[in-house]
Design a protein around this ligand. Sequence first.
Ligand SMILES: [Zn+2]
Length: 486
Amino acid sequence: MASAKEDRKEGEVVELARRRGFLWPAFEIYGGAAGFYDYGPLGALLKRHIETEWRRFYGIGEGFYEIEATTIAPKDVFEASGHLKSFADLAVVCKSCKSFFRVDDELNINKKCPGCGGELVEAGELNLMFQTRIGVSKGESTERDQNKSEGYLRPETAQGIFINFQRLIRFNRDKLPLGIIQVGKAYRNEISPRKSLIRLREFTMAEAEVFVDPREKNRHPKFETVKDRVMKLVPGEGAEVEKSLEEAVSSGLIANEYLGYHVVKVGEFLERIGIPKDRLQFRQHRKDEMAHYARDCWDIEFLSDRYGWMEIVGVADRGDYDLSVHAAFSKADMSVRTEVEGDAAAEKVVPHVIEPSFGIDRIFYALLESSLYNEQVGKEKRKVLRFKSEIAPIKAAVFPLLNRDVLKGKAKEVVQILRDESVFAEYDGSGSIGRRYRRQDEIGTPYCITIDYETLEDGAVTIRERDTMKQVRVPVADIKGFIAEK
Ligand SMILES: [Zn+2]
């Protein structure tokens, strides 16, 4: 169980996130449970803005269609997908307190129990899926019935796309390539969750499944637009290199154009929402860490001050693994008849899948950490979250300069004007102006608008910019234009 003491160890970012209403440990009044967090009002807004940008990037930018599949699925799905057999972690158990721990780089069989110092012994592989029952049963049931009602919470959103492939390809008039996206919750019953948002038991994924004719994997139609992009690449074997995408693909380091295109696009998206390029690297999976379905896989890692390099996105070439196993188990035909330029005859092929898979909660953490600055302003210190305007939870805060009804009334009027123009604004009248600035800086609000007595006469307000702290006078009617222009 996560305790308050454990949370205090999480450091500045999570502390600020909790204090300001971004993120709270779930079930707090019942003592909490490790691996679960609730998003507070500002966290929910920030997360939604990341997801909106993501949908804009892949949905509009790439022309991918979004679907929404169920989060619970019957056993058959995961039997076919391989998750029942392979979605497991090696664990050790403490002989004295019986706690289980995941075996990873930080904790191995030679160490003592971090809880009580007891001896750790191997506990074998433990499956990470949450099991549930579909439907109710009363009293005895046959083995067959029980088997039918066994279900699991999805460990990734991808399977919901694969099992709908026949309908999706028909929807797309039997044409490849076809990109399908999904944003939603997934679940992994982690053996030892920790590190706030880094290893959760319930989390949000945003995944794209790009179905491509295997004969076309080296002919991405937009490869030209990204081929010169230079990336910091860490190969599965060998030393780190800086290479352009074109070099990485032609030398065989990245398996094909489709995979390479999507690796680059991930970097582009992360930078777009405000994660600095110099804190990102692209790391190829070693053969021994590749998931059971992957042919080549690249993690996009964020350099965290607190956790070191951490995976925030994975881009995998899943080959025809998923469609083939579902075809074999379900007997559904997962092939499509297509023709390739230059080939006269149409051929039946099982498409390959390129999958960029985003951990939204980890990206949320990375964005908080990389946006947080501690600055000295004169004699005072300020903490400021330098979010991009599109991402900031609140776009503008409106203050009455003094606690007078006439100023408060005007300030509330300005809040409503902005809301009517779809600018998410909030009213803040508590504490001194200095305190209000500090609070808005800490939650990353790009603009603070102050109403004073002059406003009542000339209809203008003072806008203070978060990053420069510069103040300008702007007429109420021009506030939206001013913000939009910036
Ligand atoms: Zn122990």
